[in-house]
Design a protein around this ligand. Structure first.
Ligand SMILES: [Zn+2]
Length: 134
């Protein structure tokens, strides 16, 4: 490609250029206005697609294309636990032991195997600690 030296024009002259003569560029966006993330499975492989600045119709069309090509919806993953160990149940303040509803459940230092992070601190009638976890 050969560089062509164009005569310099003033900003005023540029503003007065007819709109039809101007080269149009799509406006650049610092952040996309919307984003659609589609996770699908193809032959056992999980594939994630991200569509930016795409209308709902286009997203649906895209999903239709995936289905035509043999992609299947990915199973919905379980909600991730918070990193700091604060259980999701504690944030709503409604987790209570069914046997000791007046007790405030105590946060556990580590989650147990079932993923529980709150424990009941009451003692049962037989003197043993309540085993309720939430
Ligand atoms: Zn209890």
């Amino acid at each position: 490609m050969r560089a062509v030296n164009l005569p310099q024009i003033t900003a005023e002259q540029a503003e007065n250029e007819p709109a039809a003569d101007r080269i149009q560029f799509p406006p650049t966006r610092a952040y996309p206005q919307n984003r659609a993330t589609i996770t699908a499975v193809y032959d056992g492989f999980h594939v994630q697609f991200e569509l930016f600045d795409t209308g709902v119709g286009k997203v649906e069309q895209f999903i239709g294309t995936l289905q035509e090509r043999g992609y299947t919806p990915a199973p919905v993953a379980a909600p991730a636990r918070q990193q700091n160990g604060t259980p999701a149940a504690a944030t709503n303040g409604h987790a209570h032991c069914p046997d000791h509803p007046d007790r405030t459940l105590k946060p556990m230092k580590f989650a147990d195997k079932a993923g529980h992070t709150l424990m009941c601190t009451a003692r049962r009638d037989d003197g043993e600690y309540c085993l309720f976890r939430a």
